[in-house]
Design a protein around this ligand. Sequence first.
Ligand code: NAD
Ligand code: UD1
Length: 338
Amino acid sequence: MRVLVTGGAGYIGSHTVVALAAAGHQPVIVDNFGNAKPAVVERLATLIGSTPEVRRFDLTDWDATEALFAEQAFDAVIHFAGLKAVAESVSHPLDYYRNNLDSTMSLLSAMQRHQVWRLVFSSSATVYGGNAPVPMHEDLPVSAVNPYGWSKAMNEQVLRDVALTDAEWRIAVLRYFNPCGAHPSGLIGEDPTGIPNNLMPFIAQVAAGRRPLVKIFGGDYPTPDGTAIRDYIHVEDLAGGHLAALDRLDALTERLRVWNLGTGQGSTVLEVLYAFERACGRALPHQIVERRPGDVAVSYADVTRATAELGWRAKHGIDRICAGHWRWQSANPDGYRA
Ligand code: NAD
Ligand code: UD1
């Protein structure tokens, strides 16, 4: 299949481009490089064996999006492009709503016009809001606690409404839990700008000596060691979930289907820290501090539906995730700038 991969130069997109090429598909990337480095394209070329086609433009430019679809035929689209930093979404909500909604709408409009009916959309476990019971299953009500989360919830609603307009639509909404890890080559990985918000890249930068210590947000949660539990999923497993969803779309009876992509297992913050220590071979300085506002104690996926309907299941656990993340971080201490 010729697959348009929006945000394909980003963290999850780049890993999925490698998986698509390995499965014999032809990925075409659109990215504005707002949160990606051009160097990723050379790394992808090394991994794939040829330079992938990359179009640099902003998907909120409806004319540019339309022009691409007028020029090229696609069998499917995987839509990763979006802004994703929770705190930034609180300080700049309009940027988040504009970028994350308008990019989807320009894409859907071009797809509709050019009769490209298969779409895989990047959603997030954040749409389960702040009070969901665990394990979280797909039929729980959609909610949110910050503008980033609302932009995902609203995108899901836009997709549900658009799916009603034509019987040809087949849309997979994938709700990711906590993606981390890197390609085993160490050539591509997560390269956050500024101070990382998420746990794994923060630990990795402490291990690399770029930051002095890991602050653990909360040691008094109702969990076995008092630190919060999350469902960390290897980015390669996540990429595999996109291929499985793509394969499933044709046979889908519904026009839109939601699947969780997680492991179904939770790890505490301390368990992640200890796994990273095993990966990098040394103790990492850490300190338990106040809880982070807005955090939930426990989040992990119910993966029954993805297992049954996609025939997909995450293969890698926290040790392999940390080993891969460390391989990437230690080979590229300054990310793609190295
Ligand atoms: P990322 O920032 O690495 O990748 C997103 C890419 O989209 C970037 O390369 C960026 O330059 C591009 N982009 C953003 N807006 C664009 C626009 N208007 N036009 C063209 N390109 C644009 O993020 P990621 O971690 O790879 O996440 C991919 C998707 O998965 C996002 O939609 C994100 O919200 C979602 N998601 C991520 C996580 C996570 O923890 N990483 C969790 C749940 C959901
Ligand atoms: C965060 C976002 C969520 C988003 C997800 C993407 C918030 C409130 N939620 O989720 O919307 O979909 O990222 O992966 O930002 N932690 C520390 N020290 C750190 C960093 C994190 O102890 O320096 C803890 C957190 O308190 C949390 C766990 O590690 O318990 C994981 O944090 P993080 O990686 O930020 O992911 P989420 O909070 O699950």
